[in-house]
Design a protein around this ligand. Sequence first.
Ligand SMILES: Cc1cc2nc3c(=O)[nH]c(=O)nc-3n(C[C@H](O)[C@H](O)[C@H](O)COP(=O)(O)OP(=O)(O)OC[C@H]3O[C@@H](n4cnc5c(N)ncnc54)[C@H](O)[C@@H]3O)c2cc1C
Ligand SMILES: *[C@@H]1O[C@H](CO)[C@@H](O)[C@H](O)[C@H]1NC(C)=O
Ligand SMILES: *[C@@H]1O[C@H](CO)[C@@H](O)[C@H](O)[C@H]1NC(C)=O
Ligand SMILES: *[C@@H]1O[C@H](CO)[C@@H](O)[C@H](O)[C@H]1NC(C)=O
Ligand SMILES: *[C@@H]1O[C@H](CO)[C@@H](O)[C@H](O)[C@H]1NC(C)=O
Ligand SMILES: *[C@@H]1O[C@H](CO)[C@@H](O)[C@H](O)[C@H]1NC(C)=O
Length: 626
Amino acid sequence: MLAATHWLGLANILLFLASSGLAFSTNVLLRRAEISADELLEAYDIIIVGGGQAGTVIASRLSENPDVSVLVVEYGYFNTDPAQLEPNSIGFSSRYQYNITSVPQTGLNNRAIGIYAACCVGGGSTINGMLLNRGSAADYDSWEALGNPGWGWSELYPYFIKSSHFDAPSPAAAEEYNMTWGEGSYSDGPIHQSFASWQWPGTGIQRQGIIEAGAEPQADGSGGDAFGVIWYPTALDNATALRSYAVNGYYQPASERPNLHVLTGWRVDRIVFDEHNTAVGVEMTRRVSSGGCRAPKASVGVKREVVVSAGAIHTPQVLQRSGVGPAWLLEEAGIEIVSELPGVGSNLQDHPVTSASFNYTTNVLPNPSVSYLDPEFMAWATQELEEHRSGPLRISTGNTGGEVPLTAIDPEGYQAIVDEYLAQGTGDYLPETYSEEQVAGYEAMREQLALLMASPDNAWLELPLTGSTSLSTVLIKSVGRGTIFLNTTNIYAEPIIDYHTFVNPVDVKIMASNLRFVRRMHETPSMQQLGPVELVPGPNVQTDEQFESHIRQSSRSSIAHNSGSAVMMPRELGGVVDAELKVYGVQGVSVADASIMPIIPAAHTCSTVYAIAEKAVDIIKSRHGL
Ligand SMILES: Cc1cc2nc3c(=O)[nH]c(=O)nc-3n(C[C@H](O)[C@H](O)[C@H](O)COP(=O)(O)OP(=O)(O)OC[C@H]3O[C@@H](n4cnc5c(N)ncnc54)[C@H](O)[C@@H]3O)c2cc1C
Ligand SMILES: *[C@@H]1O[C@H](CO)[C@@H](O)[C@H](O)[C@H]1NC(C)=O
Ligand SMILES: *[C@@H]1O[C@H](CO)[C@@H](O)[C@H](O)[C@H]1NC(C)=O
Ligand SMILES: *[C@@H]1O[C@H](CO)[C@@H](O)[C@H](O)[C@H]1NC(C)=O
Ligand SMILES: *[C@@H]1O[C@H](CO)[C@@H](O)[C@H](O)[C@H]1NC(C)=O
Ligand SMILES: *[C@@H]1O[C@H](CO)[C@@H](O)[C@H](O)[C@H]1NC(C)=O
């Protein structure tokens, strides 16, 4: 059955390639490193838990050394759907995702929020929106300031560069749209990134509007200057306009190596430790098509290190099931404590979002609001994509937008927000499960967050621009902190997730400032050309109270950027891993994925995960002399 779907998928890809006439140079034999459970070796040098985005990168890089045996265990399967490579394939469909809902969010009028978490080889990079922006230097410098030497911008930037490859748009497009980029921010790395050479004309007008409202255009956008108005690439190979992701960028070139094994459709249940708290292997169970897992189970030994890359939603769950986590939780779940680490599953962050919507009564043509409904335009757009891999259907999630600092969002009011934040008691709005060390850790974060609020070099609002009349208004940095804990009734059920979105009123205030900024942007001379009439929040929303109530009823907790839940920080500040990514209190276990981020960067998380994974590879290699 499995083999049949595999070959069907492959046939589809080949058919698709033949029909589109593309020279798709990467190898489509996705599954050459895939093994079945009876082919497992007794032990591997490195076992990677989760073949998602980070896990795939780390496995591919470590297996460059033929003397290192690497096993990846992934709960999901290979995604062989050719449609997943297309520019508009952002995978909000459930087939390659987990099906999890948060607990009701008290800050969102008790609404429960759907959680985005990838479940397939390549993880988020396989199904995501491909918007590959990077945070500003200040984002990562705050990581280093929290006791993580080596994780500031100057040391991470080389890994952003190493993972990426940029092809410039046509000179005509660059000139027409004022596209800017920094040649030095990219290399000939595995992940291809590009700008669409055709953009909706309204995009340029919105760019001017946001500039007139006070956001400054930046030259590179990916070189540490992601504050103001920037251009950012999409993870589309410029030549083919197909998705560039961890599978075709990293894994496929590695897939013929005999020292790399990938086992899909198996769940790692726990890491097994000896009496010295040294990891000796992992236990796992096979996934069944009816959902969940059932016997057979299997165990496999590890000689050097287990790298947990199960993503920000499941990495805490794997650690907790292995006896690494808060004592109260492990006791409640009946799990023997191996290392008491209260921070495992806390510090969860994402980017809360609402949207502002307008009627542009004198809109330019073409525009995404009406042209998508025009059959003639769509016929042209479809032909452009099919014949030239260009045109509106290649834009995906877009290439430009505002990354606006609070100092520009609200030049008169930002200081009052900083003051209000610093006047709070440290623990006032934290989850009640926070321990003393964790509260101390948050106090250190608060100092950084307050600096970032008052800094012109770091964004709090993200406003992607595509000419659309509906504008995602993202809180791209947040003072709130959530939790992920085992379901103690059934530790194999999905974890219990509470984002704590908008529990802290400071986040609500900043989101209100963000919406007011979008309103102000539409009052600029450039935007007035389009005759904008605000529909949402609408003219009836004016006072702080009205904004608050609108925000609580309209926002979501997440734009699929779960991070921070196995935080890299000193242990006495509630940290889970040290700056070498080693889990405190055990030997031979590290974490490398979105969960280590102490403070979520003011950017979508994919490119940062590539940088983390590339840096993790160097750390792991140097630790074992590989
Ligand atoms: C729908 C969606 C859209 C997104 N859009 C964008 C975007 O446009 N731009 C951007 O920058 N970012 C985007 N992101 C976010 C970005 O893709 C993620 O932050 C990133 O891919 C996370 O990488 P990771 O390695 O930490 O985790 P993941 O890639 O999620 O990998 C974790 C893997 O571990 C596996 N796993 C979990 N538990 C177990 C277990 N017990 N045993 C075995 N395997 C296990 C999972 O199945 C999964 O494959 C999006 C994410 C999603 C889901
Ligand atoms: C989520 O639900 C979809 C649709 O029912 C299913 O195909 C998929 O396997 C589920 N995901 C997981 C991880 O169980
Ligand atoms: C990228 O693609 C565009 C057409 O979509 C083309 O004009 C441009 O030259 C390409 N860039 C490179 C570096 O090949
Ligand atoms: C490009 O930049 C110039 C100067 O800042 C500006 O006058 C022009 O309107 C911009 N064009 C677009 C399409 O953004
Ligand atoms: C948008 O404005 C146009 C022109 O004034 C009007 O005809 C149309 O009904 C408006 N649409 C909405 C949704 O308000
Ligand atoms: C925990 O798991 C049990 C058993 O599978 C389930 O009935 C319950 O709904 C889960 N609890 C939550 C909060 O999801």
